[in-house]
Structure formats: C-alpha cells, structure tokens
Design a protein around this ligand. Structure first.
Ligand SMILES: C[S@@+](CC[C@H](N)C(=O)[O-])C[C@H]1O[C@@H](n2cnc3c(N)ncnc32)[C@H](O)[C@@H]1O
Length: 233
C-alpha cells in the first residue's frame, strides 16, 4: 500500500462542475469502489484504455527523466506504469483537487520518494514557471467547462519549460461514419455536458494565444473518437 506516499496538503475548493456533474464518478465516497476496476475503465473506453495509456507513456519516453506533472488522477494503472518508467533521479508530481482520488492513487502506488501527490486545482497551479519537463493530462479536458479548460491549458504551458512537452489524451470528434457517434452523443448529453466542446472545436483552439507551442503533433485513435496531442513548448 502506498500510504506513506509524500503528500503536499493544500485545501482547495471542490469545483462546482465536479460536485454537480461528476459527483457520481469522482466525488461520491463509493465512486472509487465502483470505478476502480480495470475492466470497467477499459469498457468505458471501448477497449482502448491500454492503447491510449501506452500511447501517452510512449510520448513521455521509455525512461522518463526530469520532473513530470500529471494533472488529475486516473482510474486504472496509468500512474503506476508511469512510475515504473521514472529514472532514479526523476520525479513525478500528481495533482488532483479531490482528496478521495489522491487516497485512491496512493493505494495503487508503492512508497516512492520520487512521487508526490498534491491537492490542488489544475486551473491555478502554485508551481513556478518552467518548473516541469513534462505535463500529462489523461481525459481531463473534456470534463472541464471551457473557462477552466482554457485556464488548465494555460497553466500547463506556463509550468512546462521551453522544449518540454505537454501530453494530452482525450476525446475528439469521431469520423462521420463512426457507429458509436449516436451513443456517445447521448452519453455526453446526459452525463458529460462539456465533452461535446471537443467535437465542436479543435482542442488546439483552447490553447493560450500568448504562449503557442513551438511544435504540435496529433494522433487519432479508434476512428477519431480519441486523440493524443503532444505539444512542445
Ligand atoms: C483525469 S479525469 C478523468 C479520468 C478518466 N475518466 C479515468 O479515470 O480514466 C478525473 C480526475 O480529474 C480530477 N479533476 C477534475 N477537475 C480538476 C481540477 N480542476 N483540478 C484538479 N483535478 C481535477 C478529478 O478529481 C478526477 O480525479
């Protein structure tokens, strides 16, 4: 058990959209019990969890050096796998606004002085400018209202160093023929109201105009339903 995981405490207000829209997925005390099952997180992504996780990990590197910031906890084994790739002098900081999610992640990780779990809001980080080598966001963007999404992207671009990378995996607009379009439209309408933004707008359009990435690579998965963006600052 990772109960000895270093933890930086900081009281953060739980964002309204999490309490009002995503209470069932993250905030409710039973949410973790329900969703922390590999088969379920994989089912929610139509069998693509491993592929998307591995794409994100490959984008960060076979061995991950320097300081990596993961914005928001993720169900499943993404973070344990990321930890396994850290070089001996690397560090991984994982920030989430919900203590229950940080506790759940701590339970999935062995005690490791290179890993710190931090409570905080992705849209207003306390880290200094250019203090990270990589930033990872896995299915965070579609859950945030536009203003929060823009602020989170601006913060990610601020804290990553010049030449460092921001790796984002999330939903995208699927191809017109995609058989899951009607189902996903229903899911988003009833459960994930901000996700349709990523169908209607290119994720790049939410990036801060004043800090455009020096380089941007996009990879599409599963008929375009998912995307990975790798931004180099
Ligand atoms: C990364 S997202 C979605 C992950 C994906 N559904 C999964 O688990 O496979 C879920 C996490 O984002 C966190 N989160 C949402 N908004 C946040 C914010 N503004 N700041 C920090 N964490 C946030 C939630 O507390 C939750 O732990």
């Amino acid at each position: 058990m990772g109960t000895g995981q270093p933890r930086q405490a900081r009281s953060s207000v739980i964002p309204r959209y999490l309490e009002q829209v995503y209470w069932w997925a993250y905030v409710h005390p039973r949410a973790v019990q329900v969703f922390e099952r590999p088969w379920l997180v994989n089912l929610i992504l139509f069998g693509n969890y491993g592929r998307l996780r591995d794409a994100a990990l490959e984008a960060l590197g076979t061995s991950v050096k320097g300081r990596t910031l993961q914005l928001a906890c993720v169900y499943g084994n993404l973070t344990p796998r990321l930890r396994e790739r850290l070089t001996p002098d690397a560090r991984l900081d994982v920030l989430d606004v919900l203590p229950v999610q940080l506790d759940n992640l701590a339970a999935k990780l062995p005690t490791d002085p290179r890993v710190t779990l931090m409570q905080g809001d992705s849209s207003s980080l306390t880290l200094p400018d250019a203090s990270c080598d990589q930033v990872l966001m896995f299915f965070l963007m579609h859950e945030q209202p536009e203003a929060v999404r823009r602020a989170t992207l601006a913060e990610a671009m601020r804290v990553v160093r010049p030449g460092g990378r921001v790796v984002i995996v999330d939903y995208d607009q699927p191809a017109p023929w995609h058989p899951l379009r009607p189902l996903m439209r229903l899911v988003f309408k009833h459960l994930e109201p901000y996700a349709m933004d990523l169908w209607h707008h290119d994720l790049r359009s939410f990036l801060p105009a004043e800090a455009p990435p020096a380089r941007l690579e996009k990879t599409s998965f599963f008929g375009g339903l998912y995307q990975m963006l790798v931004l180099t600052r």
